[in-house]
Design a protein around this ligand. Structure first.
Ligand SMILES: NC(=O)c1ccc[n+]([C@@H]2O[C@H](COP(=O)([O-])OP(=O)(O)OC[C@H]3O[C@@H](n4cnc5c(N)ncnc54)[C@H](OP(=O)(O)O)[C@@H]3O)[C@@H](O)[C@H]2O)c1
Length: 314
């Protein structure tokens, strides 16, 4: 089968289409013919060697962590799936494994039935950012209609889910987005939208109860200036050293920095499937064919993707 692989950390030029054997299916696994893989920033952070502590440095490596496809075969212990089922899922170890290939074999508990109303590209866009948005909601603590939330970088994959889940909570949300994405931020539920190419959110004389930075461009030290005295800053891309140090610092301050580390689970997927069946929208604004996977990553890494970008494998 064909798969995308790489042998060194680096830019998109390390990615290669290779020929390798189709995976065999273990007793607790489902073998899936991959239809689509969505692109996540973690794919290129891992590929560039920025997450070596967690990803390790073994090669060759594969890429792409969440996928959708059709069940081809099931292991002897699998009872919930049968060949022909339309499913979506995530690889077992998202720091080490990759799904961007014609077939993938994963444990059955990391696979879910695709909601009927969405296509494979949309389904492949759910697990990583959908789970992260639900984890972020949990980390916000108690929120009410009075809670003022700032989502900085609100119209990528994570923001698309978070804005729509927050809308269900009835909170007041300010979204920061680029000019072309403003209409999407409004459509997904933001009460106020600030265009980061024209205005600086740090100098608007507004303060917030919760700030979620999805852009990777707002440091906690900067965010503190626009946080209310007991506000929380959700750090969605913490460096390993920040996890213990923030816990310690939080003991002595009213403002807290809270880490968001998420992984897809049955609990989260059931919530997301219900939300999708109730109308949560998944925007996949750009789709590339499998043989243009390198172009797909170049495109995504430049920024400017609204919602998600996906690769159609078959
Ligand atoms: N902790 C976890 O479990 C977890 C899970 C998933 C993702 N993440 C992390 O969460 C972050 C967001 O993920 P994602 O998939 O949503 O990424 P994404 O699709 O690339 O979204 C990032 C957003 O930030 C915006 N942005 C860029 N520069 C900005 C600026 N100066 N000010 C305000 N906004 C700006 C981008 O807008 P334009 O493109 O229009 O410029 C884009 O909408 C990434 O760091 C990712 O690694 C963490």
């Amino acid at each position: 089968m064909k798969a995308i692989s790489y042998h060194h950390f680096g830019n998109t030029d390390v990615l290669q289409m290779i020929e390798e054997s189709k995976p065999s299916v273990e007793s607790n696994q489902v073998l899936i013919k991959v239809k689509a893989v969505s692109i996540n920033p973690m794919d290129w952070k891992i590929r560039k060697g920025e997450m070596k502590l967690m990803s390790g440095s073994k090669f060759p490596r594969h890429t792409g962590v969440d996928f959708a496809g059709i069940v081809e075969a099931t292991g002897s212990a699998v009872t919930d799936f049968k060949p022909g089922d339309e499913v979506f899922g995530v690889v077992k170890n998202n720091m080490k494994d990759g799904a961007l290939s014609e077939y993938v074999a994963v444990p059955f508990n990391l696979v879910w039935k695709k909601p009927a109303g969405i296509n494979f590209n949309q389904a492949a866009s759910i697990p990583i950012v959908g789970s992260a948005a639900l984890t972020a909601l949990e980390k916000m603590g108690k929120i009410t209609s009075q809670t003022k939330i700032l989502v900085n970088g609100a119209t990528g994959g994570f923001g698309m889910f978070l804005l729509q889940l927050l809308r269900e909570k009835g909170t007041h949300v300010t979204a920061v987005a680029s000019t072309k994405a403003i209409e999407y931020a409004k459509k997904w539920g933001a009460d106020v939208v600030v265009d980061y190419t024209k205005e600086n959110i740090l100098t608007q004389n507004q303060t917030y109860d919760i700030i979620v930075d999805l852009s990777g461009k707002m440091e906690y030290a900067q965010a503190k200036k626009i946080m209310k005295p007991k506000a929380r800053f959700l750090n969605v891309a913490p460096q390993p050293i920040e996890i213990p140090t923030s816990l310690l610092k939080n003991l002595f301050t009213g403002k807290k920095q809270v880490m968001v580390l998420s992984s897809p689970s049955i609990k989260y997927m059931n919530k997301l499937i219900n939300a999708i069946n109730d109308g949560l929208q998944i925007e996949v604004s750009k789709v590339f064919p499998f043989d243009q996977s390198v172009e797909a990553y170049k495109y995504a890494e430049k920024g400017g993707v609204i919602g998600k970008a996906a690769i159609e494998v078959s």
